[in-house]
Design a binder for this molecule. Structure first.
Ligand code: E4P
Length: 217
């Protein structure tokens, strides 16, 4: 399973990238706002840092404008994935940009039917939002499972990019179901390393190291 980092914080991306944890990056207008940076400038910097796909989202809502913005974003670097919302206009933009050979990430997906439309429009990635479904007492993980079944039933090649991941359990469940990619904030990716028994075991070893005066160097 591929790990994308869901942030526009270049330093945080660089730290995880040095550890081999970054297969790509996703951004959205809220993350760009949080970075306080110019979208074209920060996206260019991220693309130079990371080898894999870097999703940059259009800001228009009408297809022709989305297509124009998508073309401009794609000029930034070869690893840009143009992100469009799952609206009828977004699907039109997806089809045109995909036919031009650009990677397209269709975002704000909340149903298996929407995911089906995105695959038929040639999306490279579909981004179902787990956390935002959980927020309204619906089952985000069930959506990942449903899309996996639908795509496998018909051999769609669109990759399932599990998004709006808020917890380590979201990551583990996405991997169990077979999502192709997860995108998560750096804090969630780092939290995957944590286990109380690891901490407890290390404490015991450190005590024995000190008691026995064990040295290697
Ligand atoms: C990524 O592509 C999405 O924009 C992101 O995962 C949304 O996450 P949120 O629901 O926590 O804002």
């Amino acid at each position: 399973m591929k790990f994308f980092v869901d942030t526009a914080d270049v330093a945080a991306i660089a730290e995880l990238n040095d550890l081999g944890m970054v297969d790509g990056v996703t951004t959205n207008p809220s993350l760009i706002k949080k970075s306080g940076r110019d979208i074209l400038e920060v996206t260019k910097e991220i693309c130079a840092l990371v080898e894999g796909p870097v999703s940059a989202e259009v800001v228009a809502t009408e297809a022709e404008q989305m297509i124009a913005e998508g073309r401009k974003l794609a000029e930034i670097a070869d690893n840009i994935a143009v992100k469009v919302p799952l609206t009828w206009d977004g699907l039109k933009a997806c089809k045109v940009l995909s036919d031009e050979g650009k990677m397209v990430n269709v975002t704000l997906c909340f149903s298996a039917n929407q995911a089906l439309l995105a695959a038929k429009a040639g999306a490279t990635f579909i981004s179902p939002f787990i956390g935002r479904l959980d927020d309204i007492n619906l089952d985000g993980m069930q959506l990942i499972e449903d899309i996996r079944t639908v795509y496998d039933n018909y051999g769609f090649e669109t990759e399932i990019l599990a998004a709006s991941i808020r917890t380590a359990n979201h990551v583990a469940e996405s991997a169990r179901i077979g999502a192709d990619v997860i995108t998560a904030p750096p804090s969630v990716i780092k939290s995957l390393a944590m286990h109380p028994l690891t901490d407890k075991g290390l404490d015991a070893f450190l005590k024995d190291i000190a008691d026995a005066g064990i040295k290697i160097l």
